[in-house]
Each structure stands twice: as structure tokens, then as C-alpha cells.
Design a protein. Structure first.
Length: 286
């Protein structure tokens, strides 16, 4: 177990007819900040994002493994964004959380958008990381997308090391090898991975985003091979109260390669000294 995971409370919860592995950090700690509800990327388990939960040490943090991902049992029936957003709300109910800051990366960024639209009263602010509006997204590098669809990247460390740059872009140093980020990953089940892929088929948030009333931070990397920067600009154009921050030299996993800059941007957005002025775009150097 990673150091970040040793600080987490982990349990298996039966919620909405599904059994989910749920991790919580600091929910019992007094805080002036809303807790964070986090939605992970496709096929990624809780451990992959535990360092971010640990870095946001002044607030609660909650996330769960999707069905068939990490240590959550396989899904019995397929699910979609609406049913999973409803399930996430039930997870919040289980732990007495009324309002949260919602955050999601990549695939989870789509679910974060849907949650904020479906449950606006439970969403304070929204953080979207390396994500898109779904079906209307500008596709990434075909070589990266082909490898992205192959769950072997979670099973075979040599395969991941060989194709890491094509998949994720950006400089990650040792994280691209068998240690670092790789050491925190566990393979999804074939059914879990397939159901997570098909959950977003035909889905797009684009028609609803102009009606999004939540202040939104959009974090993107300008070297992302999977979700190109243009997708972040599209989200920024559609969401009225949004801000786009670009991590220069950042690939799809800039939360790792640009960790300090990313955490600083998230903190500044979640706890502003004054209200945001509307749409904005700015760049953060590597």
C-alpha cells in the first residue's frame, strides 16, 4: 500500500445494487473547505490518484473504484453516466456529504460534468482535468488511442514502458517505468473495462454546458496525445463561468509531471480570495 493509501479509510459499500470499493481521506477532520468527490480515468484504480488526495491535505476527499475496476466487483449489468452519477450521489449520502467540489480526469471528467448537471445542488465547484465534452471531442493521436483501448497497458509493465510516451506524452521520468505511477496501477477486469468504455458511447455534455451554472476550472496539457488541448478550449467556450489553465509541456498525466503547478491551480480555484471574473485562459510553465 502506498503512503497516501495508508491515510485512507477504505471500505466495501453496497450502494444502489452495486458493491463499490470506496476510499475516504479526512472526512472526520474539521475543515473550512468542501470535500472533493473525484472521478477517475478509464481503467484506473483508487491508488492511481491517492497522491492527489494526500496533497489536498486541508480538506476531505472521497472516490471509488468503478465496477470491475480496482477492487470493486464486476458489474452485473452495463451502466451509463446517469446511473453512475446517481450512484455517486448515494455514496455521498452514505457518508453524510451534502455538498462537494467535483473533480474528474479524462473519462472521469465526463462523469464529473454529468454529475454537476444532474446534481447541481450537491456541486459547489467543478474541476475538469484532461477531458472533453464526450462524443463531440477532437480525437487524439490515433496511435495513442489504439493503445489506450488495450487493457494490456495495466497488465504488462514492459508494454506500458515501451508505449508510455505515445500514450501519455509529456515528461514523467521514472513514472513511465515499472515504478512510480505504474506501481500504483492494478489491471481492470475485462468486463469492467468494456463496460466503462461503452458507458460513454453516444454521450456528450455539449448541449447542456451553456446552462452550467457552476464555476469551473479546466486543466489541460498542451502535449496531451489522448485528449488534445482543443477539447479544453471547446469546454471553456461552452461553460459560462469557466477558466482554462494550460500546463505547458504537459501530457495526459500532467497531474503527475506537473504536480505542484496542478495542485496550486486547483487550490487557487477552489479557495479564491475573490469571485472569478468569468471565462479566462492562462498558461502555467512546466
Amino acid at each position: 500500500m502506498t503512503d497516501a493509501m495508508t491515510n485512507a479509510d477504505i471500505s466495501m459499500e453496497k450502494i444502489g445494487g452495486r458493491t463499490l470499493r470506496v476510499a475516504r481521506w479526512r472526512l472526520d477532520m474539521p475543515s473550512d473547505h468542501a470535500p472533493v468527490l473525484f472521478f477517475n480515468g478509464i481503467g484506473a484504480n483508487i491508488e492511481a490518484v491517492a497522491p492527489l488526495a494526500d496533497a489536498l491535505s486541508d480538506r476531505g476527499f472521497i472516490m471509488f473504484d468503478m465496477p470491475g475496476i480496482g477492487k470493486s466487483p464486476d458489474p452485473v449489468v452495463p451502466y451509463n453516466t446517469a446511473t453512475m452519477a446517481w450512484t455517486a450521489a448515494k455514496v455521498l449520502d452514505r457518508f453524510g456529504l451534502e455538498e462537494v467540489d467535483v473533480m474528474g480526469i479524462s473519462w472521469g471528467g465526463g462523469l464529473a460534468q454529468h454529475f454537476a448537471l444532474q446534481h447541481p445542488r450537491r456541486t459547489r465547484r467543478l474541476v475538469l482535468v484532461a477531458t472533453s465534452a464526450g462524443m463531440l471531442m477532437m480525437p487524439g493521436n490515433p496511435a495513442a488511442l489504439t493503445k489506450m483501448a488495450n487493457p494490456r497497458r495495466y497488465v504488462d509493465a514492459d508494454y506500458m514502458a515501451q508505449h508510455f510516451e505515445t500514450l501519455y506524452g509529456g515528461a514523467l521520468g521514472d513514472a513511465s517505468g515499472k515504478g512510480g505511477h505504474m506501481a500504483r496501477l492494478s489491471p481492470p477486469s475485462p468486463r469492467g473495462y468494456m463496460y466503462q468504455l461503452i458507458a460513454m458511447l453516444g454521450w456528450t455534455s455539449a448541449p447542456a454546458l451553456p446552462f452550467m451554472k457552476k464555476d469551473t476550472l479546466i486543466l489541460m496539457g498542451d502535449e496531451d496525445q489522448i485528449v488534445p488541448l482543443l477539447n479544453g478550449k471547446f469546454l471553456n467556450m461552452l461553460i459560462p463561468n469557466s477558466e482554462l489553465v494550460v500546463m505547458e509541456g504537459g501530457g495526459h498525466l500532467f497531474l503527475l509531471s506537473h504536480k505542484e503547478q496542478s495542485v496550486a491551480a486547483i487550490r487557487a480555484f477552489l479557495d479564491p480570495e475573490e469571485a472569478p471574473s468569468g471565462r479566462a485562459e492562462r498558461k502555467r510553465a512546466a
